[in-house]
Structure formats: structure tokens, C-alpha cells
Design a protein around this ligand. Structure first.
Ligand code: HPA
Length: 235
């Protein structure tokens, strides 16, 4: 047990698939895993351990934002000996080349967050995901015919800005999508010498202003979920 996770040691698998939303964790567990056990529900942040194609995997929610994923991923790595975390989330896009429901692999992220500075006294604003995990993800994507765009993400602390400066973020830092968790996850993986990466499904476009409903978001990310699970069984 940790302050935020009530699972016993041994009830969490070495590979964790981590959506932001607890209901998405429930959806993945109920629709993709066998022999599922709910191993933690502190603050309704559900964690389920079950079996996918013979491999034991945990699906646990992160909540929204860097501080939230920072807590849960730290405790998973540090207290439960988790080796791999694959975040599966949603993102906005800054390019017309990406459409709603496209799947994106984040190979690095840029953030103004102070998380890494406060945590490790490092001044970097960019962090990479695990190149090992990304290799397995691209293999699983090829094998399962799942189209994948590899790009850099902008990991922001602020969903509602006074003025959206996405053109600047895109031009200056090369970020084509935005989300709110990868920087905290990658910082923890770096600190603890573990592996982390991030898959995203495009849920809204800042160019066309199209967006998906929360119900669509919960249910229709199946390509990304399948890709994360098919990767997990290769690890
Ligand atoms: N901004 C930040 N995070 C997001 C967005 C967005 O527009 N869409 C999905 N996650």
C-alpha cells in the first residue's frame, strides 16, 4: 500500500497501461482483459490487473495533469516495482495533417512545467520517452496495421489560457499535439531509471475546432488501446 494506491505488492503487473480517466481504465479492463481484479480504487482512481493474451497487465488511471500522473507513476515505479508505463490519453492537434481519432506516439515533449526542476533540480524543458518502448510500439503498430504518427507533444499545465499561443508553440518547439501529463511521467521514469512512453488519440483540433464528446472519447479509442496491449505482450 502507498498513500494513494491500496493494492498489495504483487497485485500490480510490471507493465501498466495508464489512461487519464478512471472510466476508461474500467472500459479497457472490462472489454479487453480476462480474470480481472480491481486492485485499487482510492479516490476512484481505478487500477485493474488482468490477463491479455496470456500476459498479466495492469490498467490504472492517472487523473488529469502533471501533478496527478506524477504521484501515481512515482508510486507504481518506486513501490510496486513497475518497469514500464504506457500512457494512453487524448490530445488536441495543431496541424491539419492530423484528424480526429488518429493515433500519435510521443517521442518527446516540451513543457513550461516546473516539475523536473522542483523534483530533480534540472532545468530541461524537454524530455524523451523510452526509445526501447517506442521500438516495440512501432513493431506492434506494423504487425496490427495500426497507422501511427510519431511526434513531439506540448505538455501544458493550463487547459484554459487567456490567449492560446499554439502557433508559437508549434513554430518554436515543433509540437504538433498538446496534452497535460507526459512531462511528469517521463520525468519520473528518468529519475527512477524506468521506461515510459505515451500514446495519444486526437480528440480535438485547434485548427478546425472539431471535437469529440466525452462519451465518444471514452469508447472510441480502441486502436490506441489495442496498440498499447499488443505492445505490452512484447515486453
Ligand atoms: N489541450 C490540452 N490537453 C488536451 C487537449 C487540449 O486541447 N485536448 C486533449 N487534451
Amino acid at each position: 500500500m502507498t498513500p494513494h494506491i491500496e493494492a498489495q505488492k504483487g497485485e500490480i503487473a510490471p507493465t501498466v497501461i495508464m489512461p487519464g480517466d478512471p472510466l476508461r481504465a474500467k472500459y479497457i479492463a472490462e472489454n479487453y482483459l480476462e480474470n480481472v481484479k480491481l486492485v485499487s480504487k482510492v479516490r476512484n482512481i481505478y487500477a485493474y490487473t488482468g490477463v491479455y493474451k496470456g500476459h498479466t497487465i495492469t490498467v490504472m488511471a492517472s487523473g488529469m495533469g502533471i501533478p496527478s500522473i506524477g504521484i501515481y507513476s512515482y508510486e507504481l515505479y518506486h513501490e510496486y516495482n513497475v518497469q514500464n508505463i504506457i500512457r494512453v490519453g487524448s490530445c488536441g492537434t495543431y496541424t491539419k495533417d492530423l484528424n480526429l481519432y488518429d493515433v500519435v506516439l510521443v517521442n518527446s515533449c516540451y513543457s513550461e512545467s516546473s516539475y523536473l526542476k522542483v523534483q530533480s533540480n534540472l532545468d530541461d524543458n524537454e524530455l524523451k520517452s523510452s526509445q526501447d518502448l517506442n521500438l516495440y510500439i512501432t513493431q506492434a503498430a506494423d504487425k496490427n496495421n495500426i497507422p501511427l504518427t510519431i511526434t513531439k507533444a506540448y505538455c501544458t499545465d493550463v487547459f484554459y489560457k487567456k490567449e492560446d499561443n499554439y502557433e508559437e508553440i508549434k513554430d518554436k518547439y515543433g509540437c504538433l499535439v498538446c496534452e497535460m501529463e507526459s512531462f511528469g511521467l517521463f520525468a519520473n521514469a528518468k529519475l527512477l531509471n524506468k521506461r515510459a512512453t505515451c500514446l495519444l488519440t486526437v480528440s480535438d483540433s485547434l485548427i478546425t475546432k472539431e471535437e469529440t464528446t466525452s462519451e465518444e472519447r471514452e469508447k472510441s479509442f480502441n486502436n490506441m488501446i489495442k496498440l498499447a496491449l499488443e505492445t505490452a505482450i512484447l515486453l
